[in-house]
Structure formats: structure tokens, C-alpha cells
Design a protein around this ligand. Structure first.
Ligand code: SAH
Length: 237
């Protein structure tokens, strides 16, 4: 990815250097314009949601923080004395993480030239997002097989977006013939830096379990959050 097309990295970089940032805007063809509070990307342990705290507690051995952003989880894990490597496609985010003392590499999760064996693979803040589409599930799980150590596992959080489609009478207005309802397209903008459109997958636990099973993995529900969100543990079955 070119820095010119790295809106989130630019926001993270500004916030890291100046303690504040402009608006990080998110566009989607499915929803109204939204905004990611950049300060949230620098949350410390106390500010993290309960499911993330749980994931950090369960992370052990050699840990890979995938799509690590500002490195908020990696920094906390290091503070706990744990061994962590962070990866992100965003060049500016990786630069910031390095300055924060994180062992960070700029790579796409799906780029097979990045190798290693990890006991824990962390994917947090709707970590399933990086999978992009349900169609990409086989590729995701085969990549996980390359990166997991024996007995290793993935800790991933996501949300069931069905609540966005709920009618007043409590029924769900979902087009069953269309793409899976958690599959969104996003585009981000920071100042005049516009990123490319990308796919971002939210997935309910049952559907995640189905794809895990199809691909030789088992999914366990570690904990449910208070708003359709959950933390899952995925391991080879
Ligand atoms: N985990 C962090 C950041 C979440 S935002 C946190 O909880 O705060 C998602 C991050 O994933 C972004 O930094 C983005 O650059 C990164 N990302 C998206 N697709 C990726 C891919 N294919 N490989 C590696 N990183 C990716």
C-alpha cells in the first residue's frame, strides 16, 4: 500500500505526533457516512472493551497481532511481558508502532512471503473484517494453517449485524438471496487522503463456525459482549 492511499495510517501518525487528529471518515455504499474516533485507536488497557481484555489475557506464547493499527494491543501485551509481533498493511501505522517499541512488519496478512509460527493469532476490533468476504474463508483458513504453531489458536472478535436490519415488529429484513448481510464495502478518508474501497466482513458466530468446520477448524464462543458482539477462539480440529 502506498502512504498516499493510507488514510488510517495518516490519522494514527498525526495523533501519535500531535495528540490529536482530524476526522477519520468512513464511507460505505450500504450505510451513511460514519467516523472512527482516532483516540480510540490508541486506547489503553483500561479503555479496552471487556472482550479485548479477555483476549489479551488468553494470548500466550508467540503472539501475532494482525491488523494491529496503532499497536494498542501489542503495547499492552509487551507490558505484560508477552512476546508479540504486529503486522499491518498500513505503512504509516507500522512506522508508528516501531516508534512505540513494537516488533512491527508491514505486510498483508495474505502475503505468503511473511512466514512464522504463532501460538496465538490475535484479530481484534472486528478482527474478521480482514477476511473481507465469506468467499475468502478457504483462503483465510489455509493461511492460518501456515501461521499457527501446533496447538495454536486464533482469537477473533466480531458482531452479528442483524440488528441493523431489524424492523419495528422485531422481524429481520434480510435478503437471503444476496451476499451475506455482514459483508460491507468501506472506503476511508482522512483530510484529503482517500483510500481505496475494500471489503470488510462482520460475521455472526454461527456462520463463522460453519466456515471454520468446512475448513478443518473448530470455533468456540469464548464470551459474548453486550451488543451482538462476541469473542471466538478458532483452532484446528
Ligand atoms: N487492531 C487494531 C486496528 C483495527 S483497524 C485495533 O484494534 O485498534 C484494522 C487494521 O487492519 C488497520 O490498521 C488496517 O490497516 C489493517 N489491515 C486491513 N487489512 C489488512 C490485511 N489484509 N493485512 C494486514 N493488515 C490489514
Amino acid at each position: 500500500m502506498k502512504a498516499l492511499k493510507d488514510p488510517m495510517g495518516a490519522a494514527i501518525n498525526d495523533y501519535f505526533r500531535n495528540g490529536r487528529a482530524a476526522k477519520l471518515r468512513v464511507f460505505s455504499s450500504q450505510f451513511d457516512e460514519d467516523e472512527i474516533p482516532v483516540a480510540d485507536l490508541f486506547r489503553d488497557y483500561e479503555q479496552m472493551p471487556y472482550l479485548e481484555k479477555m483476549a489479551l489475557g488468553l494470548a500466550h506464547g508467540r503472539i501475532l497481532d494482525v491488523g494491529a493499527g496503532s499497536g494498542c494491543h501489542s503495547v499492552v501485551l509487551q507490558g505484560m511481558g508477552k512476546e508479540v509481533t504486529a503486522i499491518d498493511i498500513s505503512p504509516l501505522s507500522v512506522a508508528v508502532m516501531k516508534e512505540r517499541g513494537v516488533d512491527a512488519r508491514q505486510t498483508d496478512l495474505f502475503d505468503e512471503s511473511f512466514t512464522g509460527r504463532y501460538d496465538t493469532i490475535l484479530m481484534l476490533m472486528n478482527g474478521s473484517g480482514i477476511i473481507g468476504t465469506t468467499e475468502n474463508m478457504p483462503r483465510f483458513f489455509s493461511r492460518m494453517k501456515q501461521l499457527l504453531a501446533p496447538d495454536g489458536y486464533i482469537l477473533m472478535d466480531s458482531s452479528d449485524l442483524k440488528y441493523l436490519y431489524e424492523d419495528e415488529d422485531g422481524s429481520f429484513d434480510i435478503d437471503l438471496a444476496g451476499d451475506y448481510y455482514g459483508q460491507l464495502d468501506y472506503r476511508m478518508q482522512y483530510k484529503n487522503i482517500k483510500g481505496d474501497t475494500f471489503d470488510w466482513l462482520y460475521i455472526d458466530f454461527q456462520t463463522l463456525s460453519y466456515y471454520a468446520e468446512q475448513n478443518g477448524f473448530k470455533a468456540e464462543l469464548v464470551e459474548q459482549g453486550d451488543h451482538y458482539d462476541y469473542l471466538a477462539k478458532l483452532s484446528l480440529s
